[in-house]
Design a protein around this ligand. Sequence first.
Ligand code: GTP
Length: 500
Amino acid sequence: MFESLRKKFSETSGKLTKKLENEAEEEDNIESKETEDIITDVSDEVSSSVDDGFESLSDVDGVSDGSDSQDVEDSDLEDNEKSGFFSSFKRDSKNKNESDNEDIISENDDDCSDLSSQSKDNEKSGFFSSFRRGSKEDVDSEDKDDVSDEVSSSVDDGFESLSDGSDSDDVEVVDSGDNEKSGFFSSFRRGSKDKEPETNEDSRKGKGGFFSFIKEKTLSENDVEDILFELEMSLLEGDVAMDVASTVVDSVKDDLIGQKIKRSSDIEEYTYDALKNAVSKIIDIKGKSFTEMIEMKKKEGEPLVVMFVGINGTGKTTTIGKLSSYYLKKGYTPVIAASDTFRAGAIEQVTYHANNVGVKIIKHEKGSDPAAVAFDAVAHAKAHNKELVLIDTAGRMQTNTNLMDEMKKIKRVAKPDLVIFVGDALTGNDATEQATKFNDAIDIDGVILTKADADAKGGASLSIGYVIKKPIMFLGMGQGYDDIIEYDADWMLNQLFAES
Ligand SMILES: Nc1nc2c(ncn2[C@@H]2O[C@H](COP(=O)(O)OP(=O)(O)OP(=O)(O)O)[C@@H](O)[C@H]2O)c(=O)[nH]1
């Protein structure tokens, strides 16, 4: 029962999950790409800052004409290529440093005994430490001061560039010198590896979803629009009334937009809640139950008079047999009025059910006035303190004016407390349209939907009450006398959202 609706609702959740899953993957890719770009930028900036540092060194008057250091660079090129960026960077700088220091020594012989020994130190401890020390050393020469300042500022620029590109923590790791084990790049690699392990299985087990966004995502109209449009279309195909389909979609949209989601389970949960909320508003039409009304009338010493209307073959007569049985079992005494005096065999059919169930039937000749039969049945019930009068009427098309007028006459004469439209759930949207027409003609009070047991679509069950703003009172669930249930919105909701 209602499999089709159930499927549509669960598909919506699945489709939205899938769509956002793709988006999360894209976000992940962009994030990785950004990370790679940052790494590239930082590498470039470090190289260029270091180069700037050397250029500054070379440009300083009296230090070097630049050709020496170029020679050194060239001679080291092969080595650097073999051993990668960091080692070449270290060696390069060491050699540059060495070469530049030598230049300084040769040009400033008088002042260079200290620097010469410093140069040896530098050889041992590499580029960064040598420059730092270099800038800190108390060198008297103005040239040396200039050199130190410029190099120091170039290197600092290099560090600033590093800092701009990423966490200062990471930069400090570079400064520590052990790049391979603990440095900036490895920390990025570790960082991206840290994101990777959230495999489907892990996230399902540990975090409750197939994927998760790197940042929390707020659902927008854009995210849900196309999927809810699909839902609306498939509801319409499933015989859900247009009003109902758009109300469901609007309500779901309202509930979903602005929701903050992190992982797939959030989407499932929010979509499920939003759909359930939308459907519960649709199907929960407030009204007194049949049984409550019998009791109310009983207190007044009157029978509850109920008139059944609808088109041919929807199950009016069978439903009257079922309700007779249902209320007999509850301790009430129903009486049936055979007011379908129009169709051949109708009086025999209803008599058959009355006899089977064991209730009194009031009947006249075929072709007699159906309003008079109903009037007699009400009088009988009042005279015998029976609690319920069930009036069977001829099936008629809402377009048949004569028969619709006859129905209005029965209502005027018998003064029923309730006019119930009996609709065939299998006819889907037609049932809703018929109910609307009967409601316009005679002002119905409630609905009984028959053949719900065979209804896979569920369109009429979802729509009919909402469209005419009258409650569904019972659902016919088969051909037997016991195959009828009082309609309950919670039960219906469970049917629509139960795990299949
Ligand atoms: N599966 C199923 N069949 C039903 C249900 N209610 C009625 N039927 C069947 O529907 C057919 C028509 O039922 P009727 O009670 O004769 O319908 P009606 O509205 O009285 O028909 P008219 O007298 O022509 O107006 C019968 O074969 C019933 O057994 C139900 O809830 N489930």
